[in-house]
Design a protein around this ligand. Structure first.
Ligand SMILES: NC(=O)c1ccc[n+]([C@@H]2O[C@H](COP(=O)([O-])OP(=O)(O)OC[C@H]3O[C@@H](n4cnc5c(N)ncnc54)[C@H](O)[C@@H]3O)[C@@H](O)[C@H]2O)c1
Length: 463
């Protein structure tokens, strides 16, 4: 058994076990049919009433943060937090001491107090949660750790924030929801793509009715990750490639889907209803491995379950369709697709930003979407564009960190709540089920248990 397998087994123990989950599901009285199964909650976590717009008292002081997982993405967040006046990183945790030391040095160099380091193995985040007086635990660890860390945080009275995707399995999505409800804590999935200029502008235009009634969207994660997945040492322990070996699913749905879900008011008057998913052969990773490491390499001989292109089609309760593409094993330019069509117009982001609005655009042609920025830029983008310059992913990561800290400090609902984290992340597990059943239609569970019908639209956020 490799270290990766051992770690995965341990992490699974921490989250809902599949067996307990099925036992509980069979007994549960409230449920949603999913391919013959009933999905309604995790064993041992009592179901409570959701509170979609959960508010807290303003803190009246800086937000005390414990950060777990300071790798390539986590280090960017720590850097951002060092620049956000209302945040104070009190503790840092990583299985690699070099990473906590880096974070301590970075924070001290920024004139901040030196945070306490937690480096005693995979579960030292538990000790951090138990020991430290924190408002927020923020994690950028490999996917399998997101749920155990968020749950430990909320159980010990802290809000939780996690990198994407929040949870790799359905039972883990439920576990996040039920723990957040039980302990009345925020659990925000940090989907930075929701803060990109174009996505924010489209949202602003949707609200102003420029596209009319929304009917269809296309989005996804189309990123040549062969060098990352098989580049040795890019990811700590090569964790990412193991998911491509073990699962045939849309492994990373939220970068494209998050903004679309916001435009379509998912969990606030609308919901994902069902999906079908289909994947093609898996060729890209073994071919790449053979070129890089030779025919005898374990990476060349490995059996990869993940089809190179996975397409998933969702239908929402309000009758829209969303096509999501996951394409990370082949040579290609980067794209999240980002396409939206309504009764009055359409817009797309990749490969070039183009728009057509009936009554504004001439004839049947495209216009340059950048010409709309001045008039329709989102107020959050306008307020943050200077401050966020130079931060990760073109500044988005700074905006999301800033918003997280601001919401926690002010006791406001976070821009994305635990139901969003669950519904957007659930696409991985549900697409996996659909693919395994020859692309059968599979229903989404209702993580809100009916509250989506009465929850108001999200306000357009400002600063
Ligand atoms: N939003 C984005 O644009 C974006 C970009 C890259 C990565 N990510 C996400 O960020 C997360 C991390 O990805 P990455 O690329 O930084 O990976 P990485 O391998 O570079 O970093 C992971 C870090 O977590 C640490 N770690 C592993 N297990 C741990 C544990 N049990 N306790 C404490 N620390 C632990 C590792 O030592 C490492 O420093 C993933 O969820 C990924 O999907 C998001």
């Amino acid at each position: 058994m490799t270290r990766e397998d051992r770690v995965e087994k341990q992490a699974e123990k921490q989250s809902c076990s599949r067996r307990d989950f099925l036992k509980f599901s069979a007994k549960a009285s409230v449920g949603v049919a999913l391919g013959g199964m009933v999905l309604s909650g995790c064993a041992g976590v009592p179901m409570t009433q959701p509170n979609m717009l959960f508010r807290d008292k303003p803190l009246g002081r800086k937000v005390r943060v414990g950060f777990v997982g300071i790798g390539s993405q986590g280090s960017g967040h720590v850097r951002n937090l060092s620049k956000i006046t209302d945040a104070e990183v009190v503790a840092v945790c990583d299985i690699r001491e070099s990473q906590t030391k880096w974070a301590q040095d970075k924070l001290v160099a920024a004139g901040r107090p030196k945070p306490t380091a937690y480096t005693k193995g995979d579960y030292d985040f538990l000790r951090m949660c138990e020991t430290e007086d924190l408002d927020l635990v923020y994690t950028a660890t490999p996917w399998r750790w997101h749920v155990p860390i968020c749950v430990a945080a909320m159980k010990s009275g802290k809000h939780a924030a996690t990198e994407v995707p929040a949870a790799p399995y359905l039972e883990d999505c439920w576990k996040l929801v039920e723990t957040a409800e039980k302990y009345q804590k925020h659990c925000m999935m940090m989907e930075n793509a929701c803060y990109d200029r174009m996505e924010l502008m489209i949202w602003n235009m949707v609200r102003q009715g420029l596209f009319g009634e929304l009917l269809h969207a296309e989005c996804g994660y189309l990123h040549d990750l062969r060098g990352h997945k098989l580049g040795e040492k890019v990811y700590q322990g090569m964790w990412r490639v193991y998911h491509s070996i073990k699962r045939n699913a849309d492994l990373y749905p939220t970068h494209g889907l998050g903004p679309v879900a916001q435009w379509m008011d998912i969990n606030r008057g609308n919901q994902f209803d069902h999906l079908v998913s289909m994947s093609c052969n898996a060729r890209g990773l073994p071919l790449y491995a053979e070129k890089k490491y030779g025919p005898e390499s374990k990476w060349t001989k490995a059996k990869y379950k993940l089809g190179d292109v996975v397409n998933t089609l969702i239908r929402t309760k309000n009758g829209q369709t969303i096509l999501i593409t996951h394409d990370t094993n082949l040579p290609r330019p980067y794209s999240r697709k980002i396409f939206l069509q309504g009764t009055k117009g359409l817009v797309r982001k990749y490969p070039e930003e183009k728009i057509h609005i009936e009554g504004i655009s001439e004839g049947h042609g495209w216009e340059e979407a950048k010409d709309y920025y001045e008039k329709y830029d989102h107020p959050l983008w306008k307020a943050m564009q200077e401050k966020s310059k130079g931060a990760g992913h073109g500044g988005l990561d700074f905006i999301e960190d800033y918003r997280l800290v601001e919401c926690i400090k002010e006791g406001k609902p976070t821009d994305m709540n635990v139901y969003d984290a669950a519904a957007w992340s659930a696409v991985t597990a549900i697409s996996e089920k659909s693919i395994a059943k020859k692309s059968s239609s599979v229903d989404f569970p209702d993580f809100t248990r009916g509250k989506w019908k009465t929850t108001p639209r999200m306000e357009i956020m400002g600063v």
